[in-house]
Ligand binder design. Structure first.
Ligand SMILES: NC(=O)NC(NC(N)=O)C(=O)[O-]
Ligand SMILES: [Zn+2]
Ligand SMILES: [Zn+2]
Length: 443
């Protein structure tokens, strides 16, 4: 008689607290038993021998733009979710913009969530948008299960998703606070970015360095200071996405210490790429806030090691290759990095192997904390009664990322050509293997 659906044997089980050798038994989509030191008794319909491999809770990618419905020629829920599975992620939070219609009311949310139920091979969750026009729609979005709300303090680059002014920040945050939800912000100063860009462009200064200088760290600092003030006055829980420097992170940590309910995300690209990559790769490595210099990368890793960062999300914001080409005028071309498949690879290679960041820390930032901060029940660790969302990784295997290995709709990424240490072998969502040895097994 079989008492489990799946037993994973003899792996190094990684949680935010420890790495221990053991077995994991799964039934009905849940982890039923974790056994350390002695084998799990009983049998299963399927067994995976994880000897020499590490078993991690599946990554929860807090920040992706999958662009469905309406802009599926850029990505889509099927290709996006396959890329995540290949990269060891089992849950994503899709941003409200770049899909058309944007997720700014419950009707639009319903369109997106039914498409995801049909097409995604990992667990989908959604951000609602806060735009100046939709304060009255926030309740409906909240009641229909959004993770929280996302607003842009500077232009989003998308016509149907307006950035918020201070008045709509105030009104929106008051409403979000009363709902008991939270606001995520893209924090850059509109005035600084606009003025600096105008000056640069009018002088014909359009290089990678010029683009970076047009979106300086102080512009993030200004916007973060302002949004922290509104968090204080409204009592709204705040989450600052894609912080590009430790200065921004420290500002948020000071606010945390003073009692504000605020968290911060950074992304793998700020931990692995620099202005030099933007110079070499051109628009392919363009994003906002922009890549910074080498010392900022090291400072951000110090912040990771020091527990100053809450979560790491990819900010996967893909576009067709034609919009990511060119090295001449960096101001032209789509801002957004295609990176969702490489999150774990970057954190393992650049973090664990190069800078001695413990595996426990990587799990904490990519899975345990996202589950905690965004209140996902039964996710984010490996323990009985938790969802069987797992990824099995061979840390002894290294590989060079090739464009054809990418599951994105458009097979380009600034990470192509890099050599990574640690390869995702198997990804399991709700007890089902969705990715194994380079192939998608799901629907
Ligand atoms: N419209 C976008 O996808 N924007 C994104 N673009 C980046 N990060 O360059 C973002 O999150 O700001
Ligand atoms: Zn953003
Ligand atoms: Zn984004």
């Amino acid at each position: 008689m079989t008492n489990y659906d799946l037993i994973i044997k003899n792996g190094q089980i990684v949680t935010a607290d420890a790495v221990v050798q053991g077995d994991v038994a799964i039934k009905d989509g849940k982890i039923k038993e974790v056994s350390v030191g002695k084998p799990i008794e009983g049998s299963a319909a399927k067994e995976i021998n994880a000897e020499g491999h590490h078993i991690l809770p599946g990554l929860i990618d807090t920040h992706v733009h999958f662009n469905e419905p309406g802009r599926t020629e850029w990505e889509g829920l099927e290709t996006g979710s396959r890329s995540l599975a290949a990269g060891g992620a089992t849950t994503f939070f899709d941003m409200p913009l770049n899909s058309t219609p944007p997720t700014i009311n419950k009707e639009n949310l319903e369109i997106k969530s039914s498409l995801a139920a049909e097409k995604s091979i990992v667990n989908p969750r959604f951000w609602g948008g806060l735009v100046p026009e939709n304060i009255d729609d926030l309740r409906g979005l909240h009641e229909n299960g959004v993770i929280g709300f996302k607003a842009f303090m500077s232009p989003s680059g998308i016509d149907d998703f307006n950035n918020v002014d201070d008045e709509s920040i105030y009104k929106g945050m008051k409403e979000i606070a009363s709902l008991g939800s939270l606001l995520a912000v893209h924090a850059e100063s509109t005035v600084m970015c606009d003025q600096l860009a105008k000056e640069k462009i009018s002088q014909g200064k359009v290089s990678a360095r010029d683009f970076v200088e047009s979106r300086p760290i102080i512009s993030e600092v200004e916007a973060v200071r302002r949004i922290l003030s509104y968090a204080e006055v409204t009592g709204c829980k705040l989450h600052v996405v894609h912080a590009s420097s430790r200065r921004v992170v420290q500002l948020i940590n000071e606010a945390k210490e003073s009692g504000l309910d605020v968290t911060v995300e950074t992304c793998p690209h700020y931990l692995s790429l620099t202005v030099k990559d933007l110079e070499e790769k051109g628009v392919l490595a363009k994003c906002a806030p922009p890549l910074r210099d080498e010392d900022e990368v090291e400072n951000l890793w110090a912040a990771v090691a020091n527990g100053e960062i809450d979560v790491i999300g990819s900010d996967h914001s893909p576009a067709p290759a034609s919009m990511k080409e060119g090295k001449g005028n960096i101001f032209e071309g789509w801002g957004g990095i295609s990176g969702a498949q490489s999150n774990l690879n970057i954190l393992l290679t650049e973090g664990h192997f190069k800078r001695k960041i413990p595996l426990e820390k990587i799990v904490e930032l990519t899975s345990t904390n996202p589950a905690k901060v965004f209140r996902l029940e039964n996710k984010g660790t490996i323990a009985p009664d938790y969802d069987a969302d797992l990824t099995i990784v061979n840390l002894n295997e290294s590989f060079e990322l090739k464009a054809e290995d990418l599951f994105y709709r458009h097979k380009h990424s600034p990470y192509v050509g890099m050599t990574f240490q640690g390869k995702v072998k198997t990804t399991i969502v709700g007890g089902k293997v969705v990715f194994e040895n380079g192939e998608i097994m799901g629907k």
